[in-house]
Design a binder for this molecule. Structure first.
Ligand code: YK8
Length: 177
């Protein structure tokens, strides 16, 4: 996978998890900025293996004129049971974009790691992979890969920027933080 985000934030690990993986006002605002609409979140639910799962549905806005303007998407997230509240979180998410060309060939896998580095700091790492459900023709595959990487890079760069802004707001006048 490719590492898209790797940074220490002055935010506790628990708070970071809450910002990214609950129905938080941060993620609502971020989705607004990214023109992600019609979002619905399911609550986390424990499965038979002890991991937690939830799914999200939303509509993404696409800026690439070759592809069309919108696509519905489903994101299935798994919070692995090795996660430790306030210390360490490992979330894997599979994103399916239903209305783009060749949508039945691929999906995107994002792996999020939130690692506490002190009481008020954590490291956030995000790795991404484009996964193929069936093998497309070589040219099609490179087309999918190229268009995916640029969109994903853009998304995580902006996520980083918005998280830094959130961090600044949270720590404003916070004294010893
Ligand atoms: C999640 C990866 C690919 C997809 C898109 C598809 C192009 C198809 C190429 C054809 C539009 C929020 C992306 C970027 C849409 C957005 C997805 C987001 C950013 C012509 C062959 C949505 C993270 C995420 C993961 C994958 C992204 C898609 O939280 O290029």
């Amino acid at each position: 996978g490719r590492l898209y985000l790797n940074r220490v934030f002055h935010v506790s690990a628990g708070k970071m998890f809450e910002l990214l993986f609950s129905d938080s006002s941060f993620i609502r605002r971020f989705m607004n900025v990214r023109k992600i609409t019609n979002a619905s979140f399911n609550a986390w639910q424990k499965d038979a293996s002890g991991n937690r799962k939830r799914s999200l549905n939303y509509t993404i806005t696409i800026s690439n004129p070759l592809i069309g303007k919108f696509s519905t998407a489903t994101e299935n997230q798994t919070l692995y049971k090795e996660s430790r509240e306030g210390q360490y979180y490992h979330v894997e998410s599979e994103v399916y974009t239903h209305d783009v060309p060749y949508h039945d060939y691929f999906y995107t896998q994002n792996r999020y790691y939130i690692i506490s580095s002190s009481k008020r700091k954590c490291r956030l790492r995000v790795y991404t992979d484009v996964k193929y459900k069936k093998q497309p023709w070589g040219l099609v595959k490179s087309f999918i890969t190229k268009n995916s990487w640029s969109g994903i890079q853009d998304y995580f760069r902006q996520l980083e920027t918005e998280l830094l802004e959130e961090e600044a707001e949270m720590n404003q006048g916070g004294g010893d933080s």
